[in-house]
Structures are given as structure tokens and as C-alpha cells.
Design a protein. Structure first.
Lengths: 326, 257
């Protein structure tokens, strides 16, 4: 009989895909334990975003709060901490986005609740969630749980498939008392960088380029293939260090860990530091001149050949197929 | 400008393993966590430019010392290792307690954390420590600079970056965009031998050994297993046109296009 909360995120007025996954997961865990689930949304127009999340089952606690001029986690975390003090939920799910991890960390400091992170798959155990995580660069899968009956779980994107429920939850405008102020941090400017690429965290398809792509100009063909497939562009650290694409697209140990349905790796050898970031992808297609590259160990399909020739042709073929069937 | 850099000594990437007790085996060769070294580099650059000293703080086993000695060789003035057998198996909460107590004994304007660690990848400890210390928390920094009476950073956003400001002392979590770490020069290695590397135990921090370690952990590892092997790659060695047709068929079969 556990009460499970999903802490959602609002981007441009809508819930993120990860938020819908968390709501689905909270409902699954609550149902398995015979308890109840809620999604908490804090921000401007929380109720409007809440209407979309409510379709996934849990009722929504929508808390209107002004996030302008302040980093979002610094607003969300104190509100959630106050709600936790007021309602005493058993388990709180937070997404493993940059903002989500900040919210979880601040909550850890403010509430002293136990925490498990890196949740790739979360299921209901005997009296608490069992959290599966990929450890040591994917060499091991460990499963962990809480000793007690309360805790915070940080959940990665792609662990569950967001599924609308048979009956939608209600959206309740919720007020919070006793919200503590965190030491002030001001956002004094927001700078948009030209050519900012589609985010990889929630992308269903990612085309990754490695050093084998050869040059910044060569990287345009990676972007074109990603566009044709309707996906995002990823890269190895070497490519980011060379300045061919921004750090936000870096996959791997010092970059992001992603779980797309399809990963196309072009000119990527598949070193351990990169493998860590992408090995749980549904399908991996490698394009590489060297059939002995380490990526052969974890790719599903390995095209041996010159990516300069293959990638543009593949882009063309994908476009042709899409326009033919669409 | 005095800066404390948190530096975790982690098993050399690729050699990590669990012991029979399902805890990370830290008796192996340890190295500085990659993400922490970017922050160390930034701290060294800032103090070279603006004056002040860099202290490296680590919590871990005795054999973390080699990684700390390297940080001293890179240019840090002082290293502190909090080590105590009682801490083995500590959960994240206990780790935060220890870090908070250690930081209270140090004087600093800025405290730097790396984005996460290669053996844990939680990425939440810096925020928790900041909240507990009652200090501003600024994260995902691609640039850090002192500003009038405080600190200004660039925080990565989905479309670029936000410029954040806060008063000091503050806690800053940063990324690899801060710049690649330097290699220790021979002169630095020589100098490091005479720099202070202090060791603190729990009693020095006023922390009760009963509140940390496996016995007090609020989370536990149930089991560990090898991930299911991927089936292995099917190789396509045909000419580009034939190969592309095969890839398209393969993706269509899996309903990916």
C-alpha cells in the first residue's frame, strides 16, 4: 500500500516525455503495491501541462510557481520538499535529466530521504521498489532496494514505455505551505547557441558520429541521416573535443547515457567510454571500415565499408522510402 | 579566491569489480575520477589568475592517496583525505554527511564537484551538500568566473546556456567543457612531495561511526548479474548500394522506419 509520486518536468508548457514515463511507472508501482500514485508538477501553467500527464493515470498535483529568473530546480525542489513534509509519500520518482538530478540532489539535502539512482528498470519488490541499474560501464546489472519503506528513485529515460491509462487522473490545483527558500541563484541571461541540435536524452532514434567521420564538414552528412530518420545527432568525446558538435550531444562516460530504440554509429570504434553511454539501445547499426572495431561486440548489424559512401546513400534510401510510404 | 575541489579516487575505468559483499572493490588501482579533473583544472586556472589556493578533498580508502598526490603535482596546495574503515559500504546519505562535516572544517569561497563519477554516476551529491551547507548551488557549468562579490557561471541548457550568478561561498558542479586537465610537470611532482596531505578520520569530524557504513545504509544491493549478451553483429560486406538496401530492410523489419 505505497503512495508513489512522480515529479514531472515542464518544457515549453508541456510535460517532457520522461515525465509521461514517470507517471506510467508511478501508476504501475502503486497498482502493484495496492496503493496510489500522483504526479507532481511545479511551475508556470502547471495545471495546463497537468491535463496531458493526467491521461497516463495518476492524478496530478499542480502547483503554480514562478520560475522566471531562477534555475528551475531551485524552485521545484523546495516546493516538492514542502509537499513531502505535508503528505508523506512513500516513494518519489524523479527523472534523470539535468534538471531532474538537481531536483533529486536538493531534495536529498532538504529531506534526508534515502536515494537510489540510475534506475534503468524499476519494479515493485516486497515492500519497496527494486531498482535495476547498469553498473561499471554496463559490465554488470545490479538490483537494489531500500532498507526502509521510503525513498527517492532517479529513473532514466526509456525504462518504461509511456502508456495512457484506461481512465485519466484528476488535475488538482495544489497549494503548498512552508516552502523553504534556498540560497538565491539568479538567471541573469539565457543564451541560445546557433545550430543547437535536437536533444538526445529522449530521442527515439540517434545517429552518432565518431572520429571516422573525418571533419566538421563531414558531420553534416550525419546530421542529414538523423534528419531523414527523424532522430537526433550524437557524438563521441573525440568529436566534441574537436569542436565538430556541441557537448550536449556527447554520448558516453563523461557525456550522456541514452537508450534510443535505434542507434546508428558511423565511424565510431566503440571504446568502453562510448559503449557505456549507448549499449542498452534497442537496435545498434554500425557503419565502419574496420570489421575488428570493438563496436562489433555490441552492434546488431555491422556494415563494413566507407561511411562517406554509405551514409549519403542510406539517407537517400530512407528519404525515398518515407516519401514512398507517406 | 580559495577553492575546494572534491576529487573521488575510482577504480581505473574498465577494471571495476564488485567484491563478494556486493560492494565496489576499492583495493584495486585507483585513479582520479575523470569528471573531477576538469574541475581541478579550472580551479587551478582561477587561482593562478586571481590568487588563492586550491584544496583537494576526497573521501575514500587509504589507497586514494596516489590520486591526491597527482592533484598536488598538478598544482593544488593541499589535499585532505577522509578515510575510515567504518565508512565502507556507506550509502549516499552518509557520504553527504561526511562531506558536509569535512567542508565545515575548511574555509573556501567556491566548492567544486564534477558532474558525476565513473563508479557511481549519481550526480546528486553536490546539490545535497549545497542544500545542507545552506550555500547557493550552481550546476552543469561550462564556464566559471568570479564576479563582484560572488560567482558567475554558464549553465548548459537544451538550447545553449543560462548565465547564473550567486553570492559566495557557493557550490558549483561543472562539466568537461571547462577544459582538459593538465599533466603534472616534473617540477610539480617534486614539489608535491613536500605539500600537506592530511588524513582525517570520522572522529576528527565529530561523526559517529554507527551512523555510516554498511550497517547504517538505507539502501542495499540485492544482487548483481551479467547483462544479457547482445546476439552479436550480422556483418554486411556488400557494395554500398546493396548494403544500404539491406540496412533499410533490416530497419523496416524492426519497424524503426
Amino acid at each position: 500500500m505505497a503512495t508513489v509520486w512522480a515529479i514531472g518536468e515542464i518544457a515549453d508548457g508541456s510535460p517532457t516525455r520522461l515525465t509521461l514515463e514517470l507517471a506510467t511507472l508511478a501508476q504501475q508501482l502503486a497498482t502493484a503495491s495496492g496503493g496510489e500514485a500522483h504526479t507532481v508538477l511545479v511551475g508556470r501553467d502547471a495545471a495546463a501541462a497537468g491535463a496531458e500527464v493526467a491521461k497516463y493515470g495518476p492524478s496530478v498535483m499542480a502547483v503554480e510557481a514562478d520560475t522566471s529568473g531562477v534555475p528551475t530546480p531551485n524552485v521545484v525542489a523546495p516546493h516538492v520538499a514542502a509537499l513531502i513534509a505535508q503528505h508523506n509519500p512513500d516513494f518519489v520518482l524523479v527523472g534523470a535529466s539535468n534538471d531532474g538530478k538537481d531536483v533529486a540532489g536538493l531534495l536529498l539535502g532538504m529531506t534526508d530521504l534515502p536515494i537510489l539512482y540510475n534506475g534503468a528498470a524499476v519494479s515493485w519488490g516486497e515492500s519497496a521498489p527494486t531498482v535495476e541499474m547498469s553498473t561499471f560501464g554496463g559490465k554488470l546489472v545490479t538490483s537494489s532496494t531500500f532498507s526502509g519503506s521510503r525513498g527517492i528513485v532517479i529513473v532514466r529515460a526509456g525504462g518504461v514505455t509511456a502508456e495512457p491509462a484506461a481512465s485519466a487522473g484528476a488535475v488538482e490545483q495544489t497549494s503548498v505551505e512552508g516552502v523553504a527558500d534556498l540560497p538565491p541563484v539568479r538567471v541573469v541571461d539565457s543564451v541560445a547557441e546557433a545550430g543547437a541540435a535536437a536533444p538526445i536524452e529522449e530521442a527515439r532514434i540517434i545517429v552518432g558520429g565518431g572520429r571516422g567521420v573525418g571533419s566538421q564538414d563531414g558531420f553534416r552528412m550525419i546530421e542529414e541521416l538523423a534528419e531523414a530518420l527523424g532522430g537526433a545527432v550524437g557524438a563521441t568525446r573525440a568529436v566534441v573535443d574537436s569542436g565538430w558538435i556541441g557537448y550536449s550531444q556527447q554520448i558516453g562516460q563523461t557525456g550522456k547515457i541514452v537508450k534510443p530504440a535505434l542507434y546508428v554509429a558511423a565511424g565510431i570504434s566503440g571504446a568502453i567510454q562510448h559503449k557505456v553511454g549507448v549499449q542498452t539501445a534497442g537496435t545498434i547499426v554500425a557503419i565502419n571500415r574496420d570489421p575488428d572495431a570493438p563496436i562489433a561486440e555490441f552492434a546488431d548489424l555491422f556494415v563494413v565499408g566507407d561511411l562517406n559512401e554509405i551514409v549519403p546513400k542510406l539517407t537517400e534510401a530512407v528519404r525515398a522510402r518515407k516519401s514512398g510510404s507517406g | 579566491l580559495n577553492i575546494v575541489v572534491l576529487l573521488k579516487a575510482v577504480p581505473v575505468v574498465g577494471t571495476e569489480r564488485l567484491g563478494g559483499d556486493l560492494l565496489t572493490d576499492r583495493s584495486v588501482q585507483l585513479e582520479a575520477n575523470g569528471n573531477d579533473e576538469y574541475l581541478l583544472e579550472k580551479a587551478l586556472k582561477l587561482t593562478e589568475e586571481h590568487g588563492g589556493e586550491v584544496t583537494v578533498l576526497s573521501v575514500g580508502p587509504q589507497n586514494s592517496q596516489e590520486a591526491l598526490r597527482k592533484a598536488l603535482a598538478m598544482g593544488a596546495s593541499r589535499a585532505v583525505l577522509v578515510t575510515d574503515d567504518a565508512m565502507r559500504g556507506s550509502d549516499t546519505r552518509a557520504t553527504v554527511d561526511v562531506l558536509v562535516a569535512a567542508l565545515r572544517k575548511l574555509e573556501f569561497d567556491l566548492c567544486f564537484f564534477g558532474a558525476d563519477t565513473s563508479d557511481g554516476q549519481g550526480g546528486v551529491v553536490g546539490a545535497a551538500v549545497a542544500a545542507r551547507l545552506g550555500m547557493p548551488y550552481l550546476s552543469y557549468a561550462s564556464e566559471i568566473e568570479p564576479s563582484d562579490g560572488g560567482v558567475r557561471i554558464h549553465r548548459l541548457s537544451t538550447s545553449g546556456y543560462d548565465v547564473l550568478e550567486a553570492a559566495t561561498p557557493a557550490v558549483v558542479m561543472g562539466t568537461q567543457l571547462l577544459g582538459a586537465p593538465r599533466y603534472p610537470a616534473l617540477r610539480g611532482i617534486m614539489q608535491a612531495r613536500s605539500k600537506p596531505l592530511d588524513t582525517w578520520v570520522l572522529a576528527d569530524l565529530g561523526i559517529d561511526a554507527g551512523g555510516v557504513g554498511s550497517g547504517a545504509a538505507t539502501t542495499k544491493t540485492l544482487d548483481a548479474s551479467k547483462p544479457p549478451e547482445r546476439a552479436g553483429a550480422t556483418f554486411v560486406r556488400e557494395s554500398a548500394d546493396v548494403a544500404v538496401a539491406q540496412v533499410v530492410d533490416f530497419l523496416a523489419q524492426r519497424r524503426l522506419i
